[in-house]
Every structure is written in C-alpha cells, then in structure tokens.
Ligand binder design. Structure first.
Ligand code: AMP
Ligand code: MG
Length: 358
C-alpha cells in the first residue's frame, strides 16, 4: 500500500535524508494554508489534531495575545491576581448555563463561573487588578452550534476602583488595538497559514445604546423584548452589520445580574455594557459599574430571586463597605477565534470541552 494511503488523519511522519535548500515557489503557499478540521473528530482525537500546523498557529497566536494583554495592563498600572477556582458562591448571571457544585469541608462549594464577586472584594486593597481566570459553565447543548461556547474557558477579568463605564471602555478600546497590533506584527506566518487578514484599527470604537440596537434590529425585521439580554441570533446579525468592534451600552434594568449598578439618573437603565466583535464573531466582553451598596444588592437580589443568605460572606462584606468599581471580562478563546478567523471556538482551546460534543 502506498505510504500516503496508510496514514491516519493527522499522523506525523519523519523523513530521513539529505535536504537540498531551494527557494519556495509561489505554489507552496496554497499547500500551507489549512482548512478547519471536523469538530467532533478534532475533539475526540485532540492528541492528533493538536499536532497540526494549524493548531500550532492558533496556540501561538493565543500566546501572543495573552502576552500583549499582560504587557498592556502591566504598563497601565494593573496588578495581576491569582484567580479563585472554587468558592462558596459564584456569578449567577450565566444565561441558562449551570454551575458545577462540589463538596468541600462538608459544605457545597462551586467551580467559578466568573470571579466577579471576588474582584469586588479586592477593590478595597488594590484599585486596578486583572486575572486570567478559569470559568466552568455547563452551557445548554444547543450552544454547540453557536461557534462561541465552551464549557471551560478563560476570562481576562479586570476591575478598576472608582471608575466609570466610559473609563473602562476606554481601557478595552486601547487593549484590543494593542493586541491586534502585536498579533499582526509577531504572528505573520501563523496568520498567513490560517488565511487570516487582521484589520488594523486605531482610536476608540463606536458606542451604541441598547435602545438604538433594538431599533436597528427592528429595521431587520427582528422584534426584541427590550427588558432582556440580546438573543445569540440577534447579536450575530448585529455583529455582521458592523465593520469595527463596537460597544452596546445602557442595558435595561432587570436584564442582568444583581451586581450591576442602576443608573442613578435613569432607573430603567443599568450602567452595563457588552463589547461586540464584527464579522459575525459576536460578544467578546461584558461589564459595567458595580452595585456595591448593601441596600442596592439586596433589592436587586429580591428581584432576581437570589437568596441573600446564600451569599453570606458577600453580604457581610457589603455591610462593612467596599469601594465602587467598574470592569469587564474578555473571553480569551473568543478573542483568539476572532484573531485567527476560525469558524468554531473549540480550536481555540488546547483541551476543548464543547457542550453536546462527547
Ligand atoms: P459574561 O459575563 O457571561 O458575559 O462572560 C464574559 C465573557 O466571557 C463573554 O463576553 C465571553 O467572551 C466569555 N464567555 C462567556 N461564556 C462563555 C462560554 N461559554 N464559552 C466561551 N467564552 C465565554
Ligand atoms: Mg455577556
């Protein structure tokens, strides 16, 4: 049997002999460009799919993005913090996903779905922090087809004491611009292999209100419940309409978790935003100003049917007082997906867990 026919998909071959150096011909490029592997096979045989030049290029780009993020935040005076992995409570605002409970010291703890409550705790001691924080969310099986849901992912989670939404959105603008520049500069061969041309942006990205978004979508024939989060489909359509990343601001009160601040001047609105990527890649970050008063949090917990008793340490902390703050969490694999231009997020995790894929 000829050698090529006996090879398994993603097999590695070693060739022994004497190499004669030759200039690559123009046709070499087309051989080098890679196409996305099948997701189910790629995950099941990850120990093979990870060996490909394509997987190597994606992981190399992810590393460069992480390096650029650290460099940017360190230079901006942020302190990197080790993120919690388990805790007595975690972020309840996870849109239909489930948290994973575990037993610890005879109590029920949970794996972090996000470290938001713990970021607030640190504001009293370090006013500018970030973490590469692991998050576990058992997303519904239907999210398998969105191309952007993993059950285990990392957030670059940052928080700034006494900051406004506008100030942290400025940080997000500059951070994304710097990451794009670094990846374009340092990862040219990897981008070429993936067939990805990254746009070059500068300055700040557009900020549109949730109400404006509802209007835009109405023009597309999509009618939204203006008190709820954007459905995935609607968000994707919006994302396809924009040519640059953009922010959606002023989410309606009641659409999000208890830790978002209600606009003091306009109680129907939250001081909360999303950061959306163009080309259909969709949401990359959510954040806002935090509700940090005991009264405000208890009031919101009643509305979202959370039991304050479950959040004992958090409530005790608020009773003693914490500084106001604002921040956001960027999904690192979603950022990688955009940078690499790959169709499904599974390729952006070295050890992917996708809801509904065994
Ligand atoms: P959230 O607070 O739920 O908006 O999460 C913050 C960010 O984490 C999102 O904007 C995404 O970039 C990322 N993220 C959230 N859920 C997932 C998921 N299931 N898989 C991958 N990334 C996620
Ligand atoms: Mg979100």
């Amino acid at each position: 049997m000829p050698l090529a026919e006996s090879l398994l998909q993603w097999a590695t071959i070693s060739i022994h002999g004497c190499a004669k150096m030759q200039e690559p011909s123009p046709s070499t490029k087309s051989i080098q460009q890679s196409s996305p592997p099948d997701m189910v096979t790629g995950i099941r045989y990850r120990y093979r799919s990870i060996r490909t030049p394509r997987a190597r290029a994606i992981l190399r780009i992810q590393h460069e993005a992480a390096r650029a993020i650290r460099q940017f935040l360190d230079e901006a005076g942020f302190v990197e913090l080790l993120a919690p992995i388990i805790g007595p409570v975690t972020d309840p605002g996870i849109r239909g996903a489930a948290a994973v409970p575990i037993k610890f010291n005879g109590e029920v703890f949970t794996l972090m779905t996000s470290m938001i409550l713990y970021k607030q705790m640190v504001m009293a001691t370090l006013p500018r922090i970030y973490s590469f924080s692991p998050c576990v969310r058992l997303e519904p099986t239907a999210s398998r087809g969105t191309g952007r849901h993993l059950a285990e992912f990392y957030q670059v989670d940052l928080e700034v004491a006494r900051a406004s939404c506008e100030q942290v959105m400025d940080v997000g603008d500059a951070l994304l611009v710097q990451v794009l520049q670094a990846v374009r500069k340092e990862c040219e061969p990897q981008l070429e292999l993936l067939g990805r041309t990254l746009p070059l942006f500068s300055g700040s990205f557009p900020r549109v209100t949730f109400a404006e978004v509802v209007e835009m979508l109405r023009d597309e024939g999509i009618v939204l419940d203006s008190r709820r989060e954007l459905p995935w489909k609607a968000e994707q359509i919006l994302s396809q309409r924009f040519e640059t990343p953009f922010w959606i601001t002023e989410y309606p009160t009641g659409s999000r978790g208890f830790y978002y601040l209600t606009d003091p001047e306009r109680p129907s609105l939250l001081r909360s935003f999303d950061f959306i990527l163009p080309e259909g890649y969709g949401e990359i970050a959510s954040g806002g100003e935090r509700e940090h008063t005991l009264k405000g949090v208890i009031g919101k917990m009643h509305r979202t049917r959370e039991k304050p008793a479950k959040y004992k340490w958090y409530i005790d902390m608020l009773r003693e007082g914490i500084p106001p703050s604002a921040g956001f969490g960027i999904g690192l694999e979603r950022l990688t997906r955009y940078l690499c231009g790959v169709p499904h997020i599974w390729e952006c995790s070295p050890f992917p867990k996708v809801p509904g894929v065994i």
